[in-house]
Design a protein around this ligand. Structure first.
Ligand SMILES: Nc1ncnc2c1ncn2[C@@H]1O[C@H](COP(=O)(O)OP(=O)(O)OP(=O)(O)O)[C@@H](O)[C@H]1O
Ligand SMILES: [Mg+2]
Length: 270
């Protein structure tokens, strides 16, 4: 039998050989001189179901936009599965649903989905779409209507269908449950769980910590542009001696506010 230190070395070598789904180092982003993100280090592992939480204006969307090359970092690096996020090939591993999703108003629902598949280089799969429409309770007849006639929730749903119909290793969703009715929220959560069970990485943001706790094995709290906590929901509760995740979250950001290292004029503000 090989000695224990040899086994450990083998396992550690394995850890290093598998790149993180997302690896962020010393990421900063300024808007007109104001810091929105400061010195962020964050790893999301492959197969992880990860939730990024924080108050309004904390920097969640900015972090996602930097990772998707939709906004340029002021400093730092981001790798997706070991390749720079600036490389379009690296981003092929991702499907993304943005925070404020509005499809092009002049398209029919079906045209929007077909165009998305074509632009993303995937074949259009009517059966997958039909299945997702059923899960999200979006009438298949709505695909023959222009998206400008959709309600807010319907627009969110067709955006989610467009994201979930793509076969990708990681799904990045910025507040995917926002604006959805209770049945559809449950449906989105079960789709996210199913994707994660099939080995996909989930990265999403939400203000509903009960949803985060239900879906995520790992979370991070971003507050005023800095990562204040990274671990499991259970660890966050334990660290702050709270049975309730929302209370633990509030304790985390409030304790950090009291001991903040920011000089006042450096604090990112909403
Ligand atoms: N295009 C922009 N120009 C200037 N400032 C911006 C821009 N986008 C974001 N900011 C600022 O960056 C900070 C972080 O914003 P961001 O949208 O990342 O927050 P968030 O955590 O996603 O908030 P929310 O929960 O409200 O979506 C805020 O202070 C915001 O005002
Ligand atoms: Mg946001």
């Amino acid at each position: 039998m090989p000695p224990i230190h040899a086994i450990k070395r083998f396992l550690q070598a394995g850890e290093h050989s598998a790149p993180s789904a997302l690896r962020i180092r010393t990421l900063s982003r300024r808007y007109s001189g104001r810091l929105a993100l400061e010195n962020v280090d964050l790893d999301v592992q492959d197969h992880e179901s990860f939730g990024l939480v924080g108050e309004n204006g904390a920097g969640k969307t900015t972090l996602i936009k930097c990772a998707l090359d939709l906004c340029l970092p002021s400093a730092g690096t981001i790798d997706i599965y070991g390749r720079s996020a600036g490389n379009p090939e690296a981003r092929r591993a991702l499907a993304y649903h943005p925070e404020r999703f509005v499809p092009p108003h002049y398209l029919l629902g079906r045209e929007f989905l077909e165009t998305t598949a074509a632009v993303c280089g995937d074949p259009y799969q009517p059966r997958t779409v039909e299945h997702l429409l059923g899960e999200l309770d979006l009438d298949p007849g709505s695909l023959s209507r222009p998206v400008r006639q959709y309600s807010k929730g319907m627009m969110q749903k067709i955006g989610l269908v467009a994201c979930f119909m793509l076969d990708r290793q990681m799904y990045v969703l910025d507040e995917p449950m926002s604006g959805l009715d209770p049945g559809s929220r449950v449906a989105v959560k079960s789709i996210l769980k199913r994707l994660n069970d099939s080995g996909r990485t989930i990265f999403f943001t939400s203000h509903v910590l009960a949803d985060v706790e239900e879906i995520c094995s790992g979370i991070a709290i971003v507050h005023r542009g800095r990562i204040r906590f990274r671990g499991s929901p259970e660890e966050l509760r334990n660290v702050h001696g709270e049975a309730n995740l929302e209370r633990a979250f509030l304790k985390c950001i409030r304790s950090e506010e009291q001991s903040s290292q920011f000089p006042d004029d450096e604090k990112p503000r909403p």
